[in-house]
Design a protein around this ligand. Structure first.
Ligand code: ZN
Length: 226
């Protein structure tokens, strides 16, 4: 009898202990899950993905400047500078649609697809303009979707201030890179490679540095990181 009661006590004692452990375990696990979810939603931890798109590349040289500068080389050079500056921001991760002199077909819409697949937060396509009249000069910014307009306006203002080029305004156009991207996207025509003065400024390394910095300042301002 006595032995049997002892056994019963041990059995119920163990069961009680097991229940306590289970309840505690559940509470700890559940508590961590809630905490984890809260962290996920905290804007402090958000890392923004920015895609820089150097226009043209490879056999597609883009515009040819009055002194022979290819648009594809200018766009790559400036884009690399933007990537270097933005890459230092803790809350920004930068990608480029091309990092070499590569040809990217516009037929398969690779550039916007690349940004869409990355679920990028922002997309910036870099270009240099061209016109038959060498007198024509200035900076332009293009967007397509209404949600991209304020981003285009901020970047445009920064570029115009940095370059000192004539302000040709922010315009809506259905260029495929701004049309097929799912995130706020802008195409920047920094200046005219067919204008001798602007081409000289666009080739200049220091001038490219300040233009790159201006674009990065615009990104930070738009994202509220400055
Ligand atoms: Zn172009």
């Amino acid at each position: 009898m006595i032995r049997s009661t002892k056994h019963k006590m041990n059995f119920f004692g163990s069961l009680f202990l097991l229940i306590i452990i289970s309840v505690l375990w559940y509470a700890i696990l559940h508590g961590n899950l809630i905490q984890g979810k809260e962290q996920e939603h905290s804007s402090d931890d958000k890392v923004y993905t920015v895609v820089i798109d150097p226009g043209h590349g490879g056999k597609d040289v883009g515009a040819t400047g009055v002194n022979g500068l290819y648009e594809k080389d200018f766009t790559l050079s400036l884009s690399r500078k933007i990537k270097d500056i933005l890459g230092k921001e803790k809350k920004i991760k930068v990608y480029m649609t091309r990092d070499e002199d590569t040809f990217l077909s516009s037929e398969d819409k690779y550039r916007p697809k690349y940004a869409n697949e990355l679920k990028a937060d922002l997309f910036i396509s870099i270009h240099g303009n061209t016109y038959e009249d060498p007198e024509v000069s200035g900076t332009e910014a293009y967007y397509y979707h209404a949600g991209s307009k304020s981003f285009a306006e901020i970047l445009h203002e920064k570029v115009v201030t940095a370059t000192g080029f004539h302000d040709r305004g922010v315009k809506k156009n259905d260029f495929f890179v701004v049309k097929y991207t799912d995130m706020p996207s802008v195409l920047l025509e920094i200046g005219y490679l067919t204008n001798p003065e602007e081409e000289q400024r666009m080739i200049d390394d220091k001038s490219q540095d300040s233009t790159a910095q201006a674009i990065c300042d615009g990104v930070n301002e738009y994202l509220g990181l400055d």
